[in-house]
Write a protein of this length. Structure first.
Lengths: 394, 313
């Protein structure tokens, strides 16, 4: 689960990571008040300018016109009106973009240097990993690809946390002055504390800046939480912004179905994530384009299958459906019955190709054949089933 | 207290046969009184009655499930039954404690079926496993099976046949489909291991390839991978440097868009890394035969191996 910049910054404040002064506005009216409040917090200088930053679950906002400067309350309102409710397209969002659900008004900082600091988990070695670079404020993926040596990576022991030698090494790599070192160490420790206490899979400060008056600040904040751990963080789970999720994916997730839209014309209904990905793959190999990835899960009962159909068919691009089920514990005859019942409850006006394999498969296929449904075609073998469904969409 | 020993099976000629589970494996079921635990206990007993010797549910000690004794704790269960393995069906929020209990009881093999365990919990589990000889499989996995000998998990037993193909996979039903194809092609399996769909796992492909390379019964390996992480790339490096036996791989998820979780918690192309294309390239470079279509797994392996001199059987 991703957090917005302003939400991540709130967590930073709680853990003692310094951030620029800022105010959130969720509508244009709030933007005027936010500007005034921020101005007051910053000592009410005569000419006060602040950043107006679009809040969405993607980076690349600057280049997409999602970060603007406001020099008056009126300008703040105008910028907020221009950004809020609109879909911003950045190089990270895909062509449909993401809706801007709030704006963050941040004080403008006189930056001397920009660094990069992050904590993530090295999956293969099962170790927390601290990442640091002197080259902050840039696309870290691009940097990792072109100049990986520019990024220091230090594994951290999950029980002991970052030790003195690690803190020192990072401070040296970043080029901290004596004045900055203590603050740098404290920020690293606080990043660790945040990650471990919130079950974050990523905490990223890009850029971590040194101001002209030698203070360290997190100019941007990115926190991604482990979905599997949200059950033990109800306060953090409440920060979910559903507007940032694709509606069908959201709807599916609520009922325990994994669904990802892929933009093609062949709807897929499969039991098992690996098999679902493989089903998408074979459709492509046969010259078709999958509309979605869908894992109906282990309990492919009538209700779940009905729900899955409803979600599939809510995508207007779907011209045909491929159902690929390997029945293990779930017997094929039960699955066949479930399919027949479900497709009575949900009107399916596109052709369906069903490929069943596994326990009691002969019974399952017989049930489908006896039902004599015109738009439900049973094909025994997976490649033939994929070819058939592709043929139906041409 | 000593660690329980990994049971080993040998052929008449003294050759080690299969990996990790065999006719000498004695399993307890943690979470045996839950719906999934009880159901799959029965299935495991049906497959090989002597494999499952008891279960654990705190507070339900003294009861029985499918004729097996239930104990309050893993320690009690091991003391009473001589178990050397455990399979865990405990819900995600209690799984960490259940795993730690098994580690502290020094069981040689811990198989975690549970899906949804927090990643940081698994990081802590791995830390605890360091320095022990314990082999943990999973989490979020179907388990492992040595055909006709021992099933520790939820896979349908009947699709398997004993033979010489080792199968390693990050999936569930895709593995069953692949195994079914191999069986239909006349290629039986030595041991099939589902390593799990989560980002942090107890055992890697490399860990298990090491065992399969040393296993007298295994003559070739089928590896089923997917997007996300670096399991396949690490496997490729190991295969290139250390494996003599042929490896065949199918990698799922060529179409996966970036930053989207494709069902499995570990199936995500994050930070631009972990694509199917990268994994296929690494494996190919290591001499692995890449199977392009999930429907062609059985026939590809058969065509490559069922020639004079390649397979013993």
């Amino acid at each position: 689960m991703k957090l917005h910049e302003h939400q991540a910054k709130q967590l930073f404040v709680q853990l003692g990571i310094p951030i620029p002064r800022g105010q959130v506005a969720r509508n244009a009216a709030e933007a005027a008040g936010a500007y005034e409040t921020l101005k007051a917090r910053c000592g009410s200088p005569a000419a006060f300018a602040c950043n107006v930053k679009a809040q969405l679950h993607a980076g690349g906002r600057g280049k997409a016109g999602g970060i603007l400067v406001a020099r008056s309350a009126q300008e703040a309102v105008a910028h907020a009106q221009g950004l809020l409710g609109r879909r911003l397209v950045t190089h990270q969002t895909g062509p449909e973009g993401l809706p801007v659900s709030a704006v963050l008004l941040d004080e403008r900082i006189d930056v001397a240097m920009e660094w990069y600091l992050a904590l993530t988990i090295d999956r293969f070695h099962a170790r927390p990993l601290l990442l640091a670079s002197r080259e902050g404020g840039v696309d870290i993926e691009a940097l990792a690809a072109t100049r990986p040596d520019a990024i220091l990576r230090i594994p951290v022991d999950v029980i002991d946390g970052p030790q003195d030698d690690t803190l020192l090494r990072i401070a040296e790599t970043l080029g901290c002055s004596a004045a900055q070192e203590a603050a740098c160490r404290q920020i690293i420790r606080a990043t660790w504390a945040l990650a471990t206490s919130s079950d974050a899979s990523l905490v990223e400060i890009n850029p971590l800046v040194i101001t002209r008056d030698e203070r360290l600040l997190a100019l941007d904040a990115k926190v991604t939480l482990d979905d599997n751990a949200l059950f033990r963080h109800p306060d953090l789970a409440a920060l979910r912004d559903e507007s940032q999720e694709q509606p069908l994916e959201l709807r599916a997730g609520r009922i325990g179905i994994s669904y990802v839209g892929l933009g093609g014309t062949i709807g897929c209904l499969v039991n098992g994530a690996g098999l679902a990905m493989a089903t998408n793959d074979i459709i492509t190999l046969c010259g078709g384009s999958p509309a979605n990835f869908l894992d109906v899960g282990g309990g492919a009962n009538v209700e779940q299958v009905t729900n899955a159909f409803a979600i599939l068919l809510a995508d207007p691009r779907v011209k045909a459906i491929l159902i690929n089920i390997f029945g293990g514990i779930m017997r094929c005859d039960w699955i066949a019955q479930g399919l027949l019942n479900a497709t009575r409850q949900v009107e399916v006006n596109v052709p369906m190709v069903v490929r069943l394999q596994g326990t009691n498969v002969e019974e399952g296929r017989r049930l489908l054949a006896e039902a004599k449904r015109l738009n439900l075609i049973s094909v025994d073998e997976l490649e033939a089933a994929a070819q058939k469904v592709v043929e139906l969409t041409k | 207290m000593a660690y329980s020993l990994q049971p080993t099976a040998y052929s008449h000629a003294g050759v080690p046969m299969s990996i990790l589970v065999n006719r000498n494996t004695r399993v307890i079921v943690q979470g045996i009184t839950g719906q999934a635990g009880a159901f799959h206990t029965e299935k495991m007993l049906e497959y090989h009655k002597a494999s499952v010797v008891g279960g654990v549910t705190p507070g339900k000690g003294g009861s029985t499930v499918h004729g097996l004794p239930v104990f309050h704790s893993v320690r009690e269960a091991v003391a009473a039954t001589g178990a050397n393995a455990t399979v865990i069906f405990v819900p995600a929020r209690f799984a960490f404690e259940a795993i730690v209990e098994a580690i502290e009881a020094r069981l040689a093999l811990i198989v975690v079926i549970t899906e949804g365990i927090p990643t940081w919990d698994m990081v802590r589990v791995r830390r605890r496993l360091t320095g022990t000889p314990i082999r943990l499989i999973g989490p979020n996995c179907p388990g492992l099976i040595t055909p006709d000998a021992c099933k520790v998990g939820i896979m349908p037993g009947y699709i398997h046949r004993p033979g010489s193909i080792g199968v390693l996979s990050r999936s569930g039903t895709l593995t069953y489909d692949a195994v079914y194809q191999l069986t239909q092609a006349g290629l039986g399996q030595s041991t099939c291991v589902g390593i799990g769909g989560d980002p942090v796992l107890g055992s890697s492909f490399v860990d298990l390839l090491t065992l399969l390379e040393a296993d007298g019964q295994t003559e070739a390996v089928v590896l089923i991978g997917e997007i996300g992480g670096t399991e396949e790339e690490e496997a490729a490096a190991f295969i290139k440097a250390r494996m003599t036996k042929p490896v065949f791989a199918f990698i799922a998820g060529k179409l996966a868009p970036k930053e989207k979780r494709m069902g499995h918690a570990g199936a995500i192309v994050a930070g631009g890394r972990g694509t199917a294309a990268e994994k296929i390239a690494a494996l190919r470079e290591a001499g692995v035969t890449i199977i392009e279509s999930p429907a062609a797994i059985g026939q590809t392996v058969k065509a490559a191996l069922v020639k004079p001199g390649v397979l013993r059987s």
